[in-house]
Design a protein around this ligand. Structure first.
Ligand code: PMP
Length: 362
């Protein structure tokens, strides 16, 4: 007898990531080497060697046979100093993905609301938790559809990613404030890319009891491999989420690496400055290319539209060692690709491949 999943789950597709060809290894199609992995909005910069060494030195002294601290106290303490909020306002997750899951499990009674295009996991997790996933298209210019959001009276959670993945823009502060003030729902502001726009809703947390902020170390901090995320909100929300949180959800390695990276976070200043100036340079270069229309970005990636079929350009880039994200058909986008800002060399390679594609077409 075949065991069937719940109906809602059987209709879902697994979150697809193009198998990550490690630098220098064969691409999925085996056609060339992946020289520039620009598909997952990771930082192109690994932790500086001296910080890694410190992580390893600390790890050496710890017992691997024991469970890690279930409350990630040292990591949370370091984060609470950074955001200048008490510990009880913070919980840590195995990436912010896990925290989206916990929030949905804990608070999604009826509908979860999000926009298209946006980060795919709000929908997947919403449906997996048995909620009705309401997807409202963004307005022209990727603006928030304020009136339609506020009409949804029985939404339990509204997910807003700002800067938004994959469009790259920050939403209007007034629009977000309006939603927080006028809705009965919990507003989850996903600030995965906040470091790249230097704006945040953290100062508003104490004023609004329905506001939850998510942060991740997978992007600016360059710790995607460690899976460290944080949820910051009023303690009454943290208390409920902590009932659902799995014991020991954050491994020993993640706790140590996250804390040491926080304590030594001066390394961030330089890499952030470089990524932001590279973003502007890549944007200007994209604007100069025929048939390529980039959207302004305040994150570490750029969405761009192609005048012909983006599937062909995507395949050409893969064949020539550059992996980006193909968003053709995703969330109402047509012929769009998303490129993560890499090192100067990776960005140059990407731009060079675009130019050679253009020449080939002529
Ligand atoms: N939120 C947004 C908007 C994202 O783009 C991502 C990752 N792509 C995440 C959350 C998940 O990040 P993490 O690695 O912390 O799970």
């Amino acid at each position: 007898m075949k065991i069937l999943p719940k109906k809602a789950i059987s209709r879902l597709n697994p979150y697809k990531v193009c198998p990550p060809p490690l630098h220098g290894s064969a691409t999925p199609r085996g056609t060339s080497q992946c020289m520039a992995k620009l598909d997952a909005n990771e930082s192109p910069y690994d932790l500086p060697a001296e910080i890694k060494r410190r992580v390893f030195n600390e790890l050496k002294r710890l017992s691997f046979n024991r469970y890690p601290d279930p409350d990630a106290l040292k990591l949370r303490t370091a984060f609470s100093k950074k955001v200048k909020l008490p510990l009880k306002w913070i919980t840590a997750g195995n990436g912010s993905d896990e925290l989206i899951l916990y929030l949905t499990l804990t608070f999604a009674k009826r509908k979860v609301l999000f926009f298209s295009p946006t980060f795919a996991m709000y929908r997947v997790i919403g449906i997996s938790c048995g909620a009705k996933a309401i997807n409202i298209p963004l307005k022209t210019g990727f603006r928030l559809p304020l009136e339609r959001i506020l009409k949804q009276k029985d939404a339990s959670i509204i997910f807003i990613s700002s800067p938004n993945n994959p469009t790259g823009n920050c939403f209007s502060k007034d629009d977000i404030l309006n939603i927080i003030k006028k809705t009965n729902a919990m507003v989850v502001l996903d600030e995965a890319y906040a470091e790249f726009c230097k704006d945040s809703f953290l100062p508003y947390l104490k004023r609004f009891k329905n506001l939850v902020i998510l942060r991740t170390f997978s992007k600016a901090f360059g710790l995607a491999g460690m899976r460290v995320g944080f949820m910051i909100s009023h303690p009454y929300i943290i208390r409920e989420v902590n009932k659902v949180r799995l014991p020991y959800n954050l491994g020993l390695f993640s706790q140590v690496a996250g804390r040491v990276a926080l304590e030594k976070s001066h390394f961030l200043t330089r890499s952030l400055r470089t990524i932001i100036s590279e973003r502007e340079r890549v944007f200007e270069n994209l604007c100069r290319l025929n048939g390529i229309y980039p959207y302004p970005s305040q994150a570490n990636f750029i969405l761009f539209k192609t005048c012909s079929c983006s599937d062909k350009l995507y395949s050409y880039l893969i064949k020539n060692g550059v992996l980006v994200r193909n968003l053709n058909g995703y969330g109402g986008l047509k012929n769009c690709l998303r490129v993560t800002i890499g090192t100067k060399m990776e960005n140059d390679l990407f731009l060079e491949r675009l130019r050679s594609y253009e020449k080939k077409k002529r």
